[in-house]
Design a protein. Sequence first.
Length: 229
Amino acid sequence: MSMAERIEQIQNEIEQAKAACGRTDSVSLIAVSKTHPYTAVQEALSCGQVLFGENRVQEIMEKFPVVHEHYRLHLIGHLQSNKVKKAVGIVDAIDSVDSVKLARLISKEAVAQQKVMPILIEWNTSGESSKSGFVSWDAYAQLLDEAQQLPGIAIKGLMTIGPLTDHEREVRNAFAQLREIAEKSRNVHPELSFAELSMGMSSDFHWAIQEGSTQVRVGTAIFGTRSYP
């Protein structure tokens, strides 16, 4: 199957998942290109794919052109404090903000670079220690309370990674939890945006969409098996 056919199939499956729960709004597809060469990104671009996700700042710097006008590049992996300046300079959005400290650093650097960085706030809804993200409302609420005083960021919504299991109910519960956090957040901070819910990957995006995902992150189903160094 060609990449064009794989992307078309995923888009069809997205539409089927929406139809299954009566949704008529849009769901964006982020093609996760980590470990794959830039030639694979170019092939996806030729198929009309415009949103891409990468996990590591270093890989982005080595792989992608400094200027990318025809697509948008999201950082979806954990961002270390010492990589914030580089990240702000090269990506279009940071979807993995997991602490107040990180949000402050991104805002400060974005102001220095005269831009506003769209961010998603990451929650650890699976409870797995290997995953990043907020786990308590108190720490998260501090970020929301400070958001208006952080001019270099624009909160666009929330992100989570589902638990590593094939059990549908367990996975869907994690996604439902993120949706409920977004709903509570809107009530507490109606001045902020929680429109984006980034959840669901190659193996579970169908369930994520049925739980309210507006943005799915698909890598293997588009680019094939990853080859880690």
